[in-house]
Design a protein around this ligand. Structure first.
Ligand code: ADP
Ligand code: MG
Length: 296
């Protein structure tokens, strides 16, 4: 088919709520059979709110928030924002954190008041040497409700102690279920890929009617998944919003960035869904089909 002019593609895309960087990306969307979708910020609002604070025996709730907050001051992750928001509503002073490190897809660590502190997913807390059993069952229950549970550990190795768990809730976008349903009806396979824990990911997937879930996936893992699907002969789109989605957005046949997401995600994608509206995928796909038909 003759390529659609970029002028036409841009104008029509804008009407459909889609920012078109290349006309090829829009045209290719007509033949996509698989869409890999990130969870946080793509299927969900991406504005998590602290919903629960669990404390280990003898530990004060404010201590848990204070230490987690000291670490998250250095992070730009949406989860960090949720923690700092919760602290802003209470009278809590944040101590200084030294030797801060953010571990992509795992959590954050620093030295606070002379002690090593770790805050992140269960695997990351266990790597620090902590026994999570005191709170793990309750944390898993929260995950079962679709909440993200983060573990706070103070001390290293033999001295590592679990102090508490902070859970955040991040509601799904109002039209996410309808968009997924319509894409399924259009015979598109939907795969959710997220760095979040399996329980949380599965709970959100179930709400939306998604049956293919890959949890605990690091950024390179998302890119690898795209490459594997392509190698298996699929025409693959990736929808994502985060810095951690950029490699996968670039690797996909069609990258779909959320307009509400990180700049690097938008730069890596051929199409951007304005306001992060997933139904824009359907409108853009109809547009792509019409255009391909008109040219022929
Ligand atoms: P997603 O793919 O859903 O956007 P990420 O890959 O960014 O998720 O993060 C995966 C997991 O790593 C989170 O669910 C959380 O448990 C942990 N994590 C990442 N960053 C942080 C942080 N700044 N503070 C605490 N935990 C974090
Ligand atoms: Mg995301």
């Amino acid at each position: 088919a003759t390529p659609m002019s970029i002028m036409t593609a841009t104008g029509r895309g804008a009407q459909a709520g889609v920012l078109v960087k290349t006309a090829e990306a829009l045209e290719r969307l007509a033949s996509v059979d698989t869409i890999v979708v990130d969870k946080t910020g793509t299927l969900t609002e991406g504005r998590p709110i602290v919903s629960d604070v669990l404390t280990a025996d003898g530990v004060n709730e404010n201590t848990v928030l204070q230490l987690a907050g000291a670490l998250e001051k250095g992070s730009e992750h949406p989860l960090a924002e949720a923690i700092l928001d919760a602290i802003a509503h209470r009278d809590i002073d944040l101590p200084d954190a030294r030797e801060f490190q953010a571990m992509t897809g795992k959590g954050v660590t620093a030295s606070v008041m002379g002690e090593s502190v770790v805050f992140g997913n269960a695997a990351f807390a266990q790597e620090a040497g902590a026994d999570l059993s005191e709170l793990q069952e309750r944390a898993e229950e929260l995950a079962h409700l679709g909440k993200t549970a983060m573990y706070l550990v103070r001390g290293k190795g033999d001295k590592a102690a679990l102090l508490g768990v902070i859970a955040v809730a991040d509601p799904v976008k109002p039209n996410a279920k309808a968009a997924i349903g319509a894409l399924h009806k259009d015979n598109i396979r939907i795969v959710m890929a997220t760095g979040d824990a399996p329980r949380t990911a599965e709970a959100v997937a179930k709400t939306l009617g998604i049956d293919d879930v890959r949890a605990g996936v690091l950024p390179e893992g998302k890119q690898k998944l795209i490459e594997e699907l392509k190698a298996a002969g699929h025409i693959v789109a990736m929808a994502g919003d985060g810095v951690n989605d950029a490699p996968a957005l670039a690797a996909a046949d069609v990258g779909l960035a959320m307009g509400t997401g990180a700049d690097v995600a938008v730069e890596s994608a051929g199409l951007t869904l304005l306001k992060g509206d997933l139904e824009g995928i359907l409108r853009a796909r109809n547009l792509a089909r019409e255009t391909v038909r008109n040219i022929r």
